[in-house]
Design a binder for this molecule. Structure first.
Ligand code: NZQ
Ligand code: ZN
Length: 388
């Protein structure tokens, strides 16, 4: 059944090899002052920076820079960004980078004209923005998070050992996003496969919930099949445009929130992974990969029918003569083998988690209630322990 919902996604997308030219259409809509936000320098190495700056200048913009946004952007860096945006009197924040840069730009955009502490307001109290929001545009260089077409912003507070996402409303979505698959060709393999698994996880978080007949589940099975197919090609040949363009588009679909409409969702893999990241600062997609198999094996008995359907429709498991549980387990085994073949990190020890972190990670895990089992503290501990 499709439940009741309202939906609006206001982000305009420019997709393809000439996507950056979309800036010529977008930039004239905003005032002169542009805060150019980026990460640790990859955009300078691959020259995307030069192309963006040239277009900003052509459009008569005054450029202010906020560089050094780290993967898993921090609450400390957010404070700095707010000050920079204020000093620039920014009319537009242009994020050039991956999910970290796009998320960070959104977090800055809702905080500049607000007097409260941004971390407390948005990531502890989950308030909605009540102040003026500075428009954000994205030029995407890393694929996975879906941040280019959603209201998500994930910020890490190292002091409090918390990594928390706020899913903002449509007024915070990027006004536009530039998506050129070629911009992702320079990603190191570690980041590429991490992004690929982030995409898979987003889809599975929305798939493994509910027992009703829901069109979104059929859409997600298609997205998963396309992702697995293209990922195999991209790992062999990272500059295969066909595969990389498919992966980029699947990432957007996986988390532009459309497939979640009218159905329940889980998100516990992300909650567990964010707790791991809060203690290790590890790469997002890898933290997801490291906790996924223990989590799914743990909840399989509570949602066996859906896991069996997943095995057959996504992994091509032959159900003939087998019990539902057998089929479901074969599906997870196929998924695990594929993850290993891709080169994903399959345990949290390799990501820097030590035994001494377990209690803290259990505490840092937020609980969502849409999955096949609502996890209590003991369940969370069991899954995290099995992830070492
Ligand atoms: O910082 P630079 O030098 O740019 O290097 C980055 C970074 O080290 C590099 N990179 C990006 N594009 C590149 C490139 N290197 C070479 N060539 C390119 N074209 O890749 C590294 C990772 O970048 P990052 O932005 O951190 O990766 P990702 O896109 O995976 O973003 C991760 C962040 O997004 C959050 C995560 O929690 C994490 O904080 N998420 C956001 C979501 C959302 N908005 O809805 C949902 C997700 O579940 C996720 O939680
Ligand atoms: Zn994710």
């Amino acid at each position: 059944m499709i439940g009741n919902f309202t939906y609006c996604n206001p982000t305009k997308l420019y997709f393809g090899k000439n996507a950056l030219e979309g800036l010529n259409e977008e930039l004239p809509k905003y005032g002169k002052n542009v805060l150019l936000v980026y990460g640790g320098g990859s955009i300078k190495k691959n020259k995307i920076y030069d192309q963006v700056v040239a277009l900003l200048k052509q459009n008569g913009k005054q450029i202010f820079e906020d560089a050094g946004v780290m993967p898993n952007p921090t609450s400390e860096k957010l404070k700095e960004g707010i000050e920079r945006a204020k000093a620039a009197n920014a009319d537009l924040i242009l994020a050039v980078g991956g999910g970290s840069v796009c998320d960070y730009a959104k977090a800055v955009s809702v905080s500049v004209h607000c007097n409260d502490d941004a971390w407390d307001k948005y990531f502890i109290r989950f308030d909605e923005p009540t102040c003026k929001i500075i428009p954000v545009g994205c030029v995407l260089t890393m694929v996975g998070t879906g941040s280019e077409m959603n209201g998500g912003a994930v910020i890490t507070n190292h002091e409090q050992k918390l990594k928390i996402g706020h899913v903002f409303g449509e007024n915070v979505y990027p006004k536009f996003s530039v998506m050129n698959p070629e911009f992702t060709f320079t990603l190191p393999k570690y980041q590429m496969i991490s992004g690929i698994y982030d995409i898979m996880s987003h889809i599975l978080e929305q798939y493994f919930s509910g027992t009703d007949d829901n069109t979104s589940d059929y859409i997600m099975e298609g997205l998963l099949r396309s992702l697995i197919h293209s990922a195999d090609i991209a790992v062999e040949n990272p500059t295969d445009y066909e595969a990389r363009s498919n992966i980029m588009w699947i990432a957007t679909w996986a988390l532009n929130t459309l497939v979640a409409k009218g159905k329940t969702t889980d998100w516990m893999v992300h909650m567990l992974a964010q707790a791991v990241a809060a203690h290790t600062d590890a790469t997002h997609g890898m933290t997801l990969a490291a906790v996924s198999m223990p989590y799914y094996r743990y909840i399989l008995p509570y949602g066996t029918a859906k896991f069996a359907r997943y095995a057959v429709n996504v992994w091509g498991v032959d159900p003939e003569g087998k019990s539902e549980t057998q089929v479901a387990n074969e599906g997870l085994a196929a998924m695990e083998a594929w993850m290993k073949k891709l080169g994903l990190v399959m345990n949290i020890t390799e990501l820097g988690a030590t035994a001494g972190m377990l209690d803290g990670m259990v505490k840092s895990t937020l609980v969502m209630d849409g999955g096949y089992k609502v996890m209590d503290e003991k369940d969370i501990r069991t899954v995290l322990k099995a992830s070492y």
